[in-house]
Design a protein around this ligand. Structure first.
Ligand code: F6P
Length: 326
């Protein structure tokens, strides 16, 4: 039997659509199963500052459809040092919190793993990041919504690109991962996609664009992931323009609009499933694990494994398709 009495949930790192559905599921599952549930504001910073409140079923009403996170989030440097962690632990203890659900990306998981091993407090993590770059889950919370947001934006840019016969370089988020770029590029029929995972030579890109122009394409769209090694969309545009100046070129950086907005049905359901599964896992005695989705099954992966095996690979078929179908 579980000795847990009170579970606290928090979000940390970059916000992602679907986090609210997950918070709601943690609160309601916990209460349904007879546990007390608290919400920690601003992630690890709120743990240090004792910015914590008790949650009721009602406190998570009408949040499912909201983007962002009602618990707020932060990237907290103070939690990286022992004093910060000690303060956080004392605050949790004072409030009788004896288990945690952490929603975030790999930075969140690293903090959770260290905290849980140092203070022997069980923690289950939920992958919440638009980047979709975590080992142990086919999809992370927010990725589907962000990709749909990007596709909608590219479709609009396509209208004006086509009207003016222009070449657009559109930068999308993803410092280390090209998941959004690859999927949004395929779904919007982009002429080329520049990814952090693949070194695409500028000469290769120019060949692709020339091929398109020879095939009577009057406008072209190149998706550039933020982490592309040529210096993002501005860098790629500059290099292309030097060699290929008959096109009128434009650059659009989609930026943080990709992180906001009402979550898709996929992210609402995924958030609900993962929040529910995280509470069940804690109650079953699991610790330092990440909840993930593998082939429509909810699975648990050891946090250490999720963090060390963090070599994310884009799907080979999608990579090949993105060139064939462009
Ligand atoms: O990790 C999610 C993410 O949106 C990345 O795609 C992006 O590189 C980063 O966060 C931006 O972080 P911030 O909002 O702190 O600038």
């Amino acid at each position: 039997m579980s000795k847990i009495k009170k579970i606290a949930v928090f979000t940390s790192g970059g916000d992602a659509p679907g986090m609210n559905a997950c918070i709601r599921a943690v609160v309601r599952t916990g209460i349904y199963l007879g546990y007390e549930v608290a919400g920690i504001k601003q992630g690890y910073q709120g743990m240090i500052d004792d910015n914590i409140e008790n949650m009721s079923r009602h406190s998570v009403s009408n949040i499912m459809q909201l983007g962002g996170t009602v618990l707020k989030t932060a990237r907290c440097l103070a939690f990286k040092n022992p004093d910060g962690m000690q303060k956080a632990y004392e605050n949790l203890k004072k409030r009788g919190i004896d288990a945690l659900v952490a929603i975030g990306g790999d930075g969140t998981f690293t903090g959770a793993e260290r905290f849980s091993s140092t203070y022997d407090i069980p923690v289950i993590c939920v992958p919440g990041t638009i980047d979709n770059d975590l080992y142990g889950s086919d999809f992370t919370l927010g990725f589907d919504t962000a990709t749909n947001t990007v596709i909608e934006a590219i479709d609009k840019i396509r209208d004006t690109a086509e009207s003016h016969d222009r070449l657009f370089f559109i930068e999308v988020m993803g410092r280390d991962a090209g998941c959004i770029a690859l999927r949004a590029g395929i779904a919007s029929g982009a002429e080329a996609i520049m990814l952090p995972e693949k070194d695409t030579a500028i000469s290769e890109l120019i060949d692709l664009l020339e091929h398109g122009a020879a095939n009577k394409k009057s406008s072209s769209i190149v998706i550039v992931a933020e982490g592309d090694k040529n210096g993002g969309a501005f860098g790629v545009a500059k290099l292309v323009k030097e060699k290929f100046d008959f096109y009128d070129t434009k650059v659009t950086i989609l930026g943080h609009l990709q992180r906001g907005g009402s979550p898709s049905s996929f992210d609402r359901i995924l958030g609900s499933r993962m929040g529910y599964a995280a509470v069940k896992a804690l109650i079953n005695g699991d610790n330092r694990k990440m909840v993930g989705l593998r082939g429509n099954e909810i699975v648990l992966t050891d946090l250490k494994e999720a963090l060390t095996d963090h070599e994310f690979k884009l799907e080979d078929d999608l990579m090949e398709m993105s060139i064939i179908l462009a």
